[in-house]
Design a protein around this ligand. Structure first.
Ligand code: ATP
Ligand code: MG
Length: 555
């Protein structure tokens, strides 16, 4: 969509069509989800491409539910899909359902039967497969192939009327059993399924197959550019054949590569398994690549759109680095997220020379990248919490944080000098003692003293307790779907670490679900809907730097 980059190949096709007056220059795309699961980031790319094309070329986009499979579909999914598309920032022209076309598609089938181009098959799925031949040897006709038009019409009517059991009959297109394209060897058009459909109820017991529903729906809606992923390239001749023989609106199919991301699985079937077998807390678990999971993780619609734009539209399969998605959200949050202090692994710090009971209000800038973000008040007192890792009893040379005799600045407050520690029976540090230098107060420091390190802190008596959920990639394998064995064996056992008692600035008690912050030095976090007025729950969206990239560099 950006004007700086050259058109991608699909945009070029559309631009050429408009220049050549194809369809009078009209552009109508559609996004056709099957309501059998929640949308994932792969769908987000398809949404961005379909809606983006329409926006770019003054066209429109329909939302069409491809609900031709009664068994797996549900209204819960319909609702979540609509909410996710809107959240991503897109609005469809019409909301449509392939199931609304069942009568019309049935009539299309009758038309092909009458033209002698479709027949009712008695053979089982196995028998059909066995008679289809191989890509190098032609298939053999089944006895049903020579049925008369009258007999086919009669049988098809009875299929619809429910006279046959599931699998007993099918309707096949009569095309070419010797075609090098297996999809053209008399493909199935209809199957019998005595099942309740989430919209049509028990009205139908025969359902059109994908190949005899998708293109037909496109055509019924006068879709100009029907975009799908590369695996449908071999279906295109069939898509075109049905449209030609039915003499209906000539929609055209174009294919681009599906989005694959490292350390992720991107198939609804697999994601559903993770949910149903409770490997994750739900479709919106913040580790899931679903739109709802990414939202709960703290991703913004703009970051996902930006990611889709950067990935672009390609003709060849590709694997995108998960780091690119993280880069997109990090880049945005760096500009927009207010900085706050949160101590995730707290240890007590007592400032020995600070007056007992004194509380100072310190002013802290909310976002150094954005002056309009304003400032807030921090409470400073004698007893603070700092991160355990910011203190070392025997610090190595380049440790620019706290240790006995070492100076460090407490962010927005004073320079302090480490003194001594107190330990429990197991030798763990329970309290650190330090002294502060009153003349080094941030904002009015004329001491001329400089220190190399600054650490974050919170005042013990003022801090709020928070739960912090540290998420990491869900899989430890770069491509779990390509591994031998079950993809679930490659789940990352450390993908979630829960900090039950972190201490955060008290102002964060007012934060609402979905608010986003930078925990200074720790990463970007968002407020989870599990939060209560007493306890805020934060999800880590992403670390400040790509920790894994460093890891890779070492290897
Ligand atoms: P899944 O395999 O995850 O179930 P699907 O293709 O069966 O995906 P649909 O609901 O049929 O899911 O897809 C709706 C639209 O989204 C289709 O046009 C499909 O091509 C597109 N789509 C699905 N997954 C991806 C992906 N990973 N990258 C790009 N587009 C995708
Ligand atoms: Mg599908």
């Amino acid at each position: 969509m950006s004007e700086e980059r050259p058109l991608n190949f699909i945009e070029q096709i559309v631009a050429d069509d408009i220049a050549n007056g194809v369809n009078g220059g009209r552009v109508l795309t559609r996004f056709p989800p099957e309501p059998n699961g929640y949308l994932h980031i792969g769908h987000a790319k398809s949404i961005a491409v379909n809606f983006g094309l329409a926006q770019q070329f003054n066209g429109k986009t329909n939302l069409r539910f491809d609900d031709t499979n009664p068994v797996t579909e549900d209204t819960e999914y319909v609702d979540s899909i609509k909410a996710d598309i809107r959240w991503l920032g897109y609005e469809w022209d019409k909301e449509l359902y392939a199931s609304d076309y069942f009568e019309q598609i049935y009539e299309f089938a009758v038309k092909l039967i009458k033209k002698g181009l479709a027949y009712v098959e008695d053979a089982t799925a196995e028998e059909i497969a066995a008679s289809k031949g191989t890509p190098t040897t032609p298939g053999k006709p089944t006895p049903a192939r020579s049925r008369s038009v009258e007999e086919n019409l009669d049988l098809f009517t009875r299929m619809r009327a429910g006279e046959f059991k599931d699998g007993e009959k099918t309707l096949r297109a009569k095309i070419d059993l010797a075609s090098p394209n297996m999809h053209m060897r008399d493909p199935l058009m209809y199957r019998i399924k005595h099942a309740h459909h989430h919209r049509t109820g028990d009205k139908w017991c025969i359902y059109p197959m994908y190949d005899f529903a998708h293109g037909q729906s496109d055509s019924i809606e006068n879709i100009t550019h029907s975009l799908c992923t590369l695996e449908f390239i071999p279906h295109r001749p069939l898509y075109d054949w049905f449209i030609k023989e039915l003499e209906i609106f000539p929609s055209h199919q174009y294919e681009f590569s599906r989005l694959n991301i490292t350390y992720t699985v991107m198939s609804k079937r697999k994601l559903k398994q993770l949910v149903e077998e409770k490997y994750v807390s739900g479709w919106d678990d913040p580790r899931m690549p679903t739109i709802s999971g990414l939202r709960r993780r703290g991703y913004t619609p703009a970051s996902i759109r930006q990611f889709s734009e950067r990935v672009g539209v390609q003709k060849r399969e590709q694997m995108i680095d998960l780091g690119l998605l993280e880069f997109c959200i990090r880049e945005e949050l760096n500009k927009t997220a207010n900085r706050v202090m949160a101590v995730l692994d707290p240890v007590k710090l007592v400032i020995t020379n600070y007056p007992d009971g004194q509380v100072e209000e310190m002013t802290a800038e909310n976002n150094p990248e954005d002056a309009s973000a304003g400032s807030r008040t921090l409470y400073f007192s004698k007893t603070l919490y700092i991160e355990r890792e910011d203190f070392m009893e025997e610090p190595p040379k380049k440790f620019f944080r706290l240790g006995p005799g070492l100076h460090v600045r407490l962010k927005n407050a004073y320079i302090i000098k480490g003194e001594s520690v107190e330990k429990d029976a197991n030798g763990n540090i329970t309290t650190i003692y330090a002294s502060y230098l009153p003349e080094t107060k941030s904002g009015g420091d004329h001491s001329g003293m400089t220190v190399k390190g600054t650490i974050h802190w919170v005042s013990a008596e003022h801090a709020a307790t928070a739960e912090v959920r540290l998420y990491d990639r869900l899989f430890k394998s770069e491509n779990p779907s390509a591994e031998e064995g079950d993809f679930k064996e490659f789940l990352n056992p450390d993908s979630l670490q829960v900090v039950k008692e972190a201490y955060v600035e008290p102002g964060l008690l007012q934060a609402r679900a979905g608010d986003r912050f930078q925990f200074m030095r720790k990463g970007y976090f968002t407020v989870d809907p599990d939060s209560t007025p007493e306890k805020v729950v934060f999800n880590r969206t992403v670390t400040l730097k790509d920790a894994w990239a460093k890891e890779k560099g070492k290897a």
